[in-house]
Ligand binder design. Sequence first.
Ligand SMILES: NC(=O)c1ccc[n+]([C@@H]2O[C@H](COP(=O)([O-])OP(=O)(O)OC[C@H]3O[C@@H](n4cnc5c(N)ncnc54)[C@H](OP(=O)(O)O)[C@@H]3O)[C@@H](O)[C@H]2O)c1
Length: 306
Amino acid sequence: MSPFCLGGNVFGWTADKEQSFAVLDAYVGAGGNFIDTSDSYMNYFTEQGNVPGQSETIIGEWLAARGNRDDVVVATKVGDHPDYLGLAPATIKAAADESLKRLGSDHIDLYYTHFDRDEAIPVDDIIGALDGLVTAGKVRAIAASNISPERLAASLEFSDREGLARYVALQPQYNLVSRDTYEGARRDIVQREGLACVPYFALASGFLTGKYRPGKTLENVRNMPGLAGGYADTERGVRVLAAVEQVAQARGIEMATVAMAWLAQQPTVVAPIASARTVDQLPALVAMDDVHLSDAELQLLDAASS
Ligand SMILES: NC(=O)c1ccc[n+]([C@@H]2O[C@H](COP(=O)([O-])OP(=O)(O)OC[C@H]3O[C@@H](n4cnc5c(N)ncnc54)[C@H](OP(=O)(O)O)[C@@H]3O)[C@@H](O)[C@H]2O)c1
């Protein structure tokens, strides 16, 4: 799989179908083959006309139009679609079938549990349902996204004990301004158990590109607390941007490239996920593959972001 995973929450949200096709074409044209989506994208901002499942539909239409399903690794998620909320076994089973229909495919390559919100559902039941999908050939491999370290460890233990499908990856929020969401207990488990870390929000929703600055007003749907706009006026955010900019300027590369390269070089990280709304935004992300940060650069970024 390519080391930069293309995020799909833009498709049908900030990128219409035509723009999405162009981004997908440019991504595979640059050698990419790993696409991340969810059955819920875009279930936020529905008052703006967003439709949950639309990202999968657009990806499915693109795969059909290009005839390249076997060349692409498609990861999607279950648990956050408004009609299939949560991880009850019957929900997982039904939601997977809906995702397959939208993707126009007979299998999902990597299937994540999106949010593990209801701890009243035993991990045994969740793993049992996911294993059923693997056995049925509908899913190739399973993974978890937003989950507590305790439930992640318990899930792996159950899979091993029962000889069932096992999570092969974790998709945590992780980037230069959000480190404690992964480093610590979750990373320890991923390292110990040999999972792959596929971090989301690699650009902190665009903040790490450098376009959000203190006091600057930027008209952008991601300019809000919890997304990119939440970092610009924080002391840490300013410090991190200065360090990223210093490395970028010294190398003559984009800040986004530095942010992605830092992530790619962290222990356990296999493929950072970032989205591009336009084809123009892609080269800075793809360029991550050509950058290997030095120890001094890593130390500068670590110190600024700690
Ligand atoms: N598992 C989960 O719970 C979870 C949660 C969130 C996301 N995800 C996944 O992770 C992916 C990445 O997250 P994300 O897309 O929300 O955030 P992100 O990758 O951190 O930020 C991407 C956004 O930054 C902007 N951008 C990208 N390249 C740029 C460039 N070169 N110059 C300027 N701006 C640029 C674009 O938005 P604008 O142009 O609009 O500014 C783009 O949509 C998602 O697509 C999704 O697949 C998973």
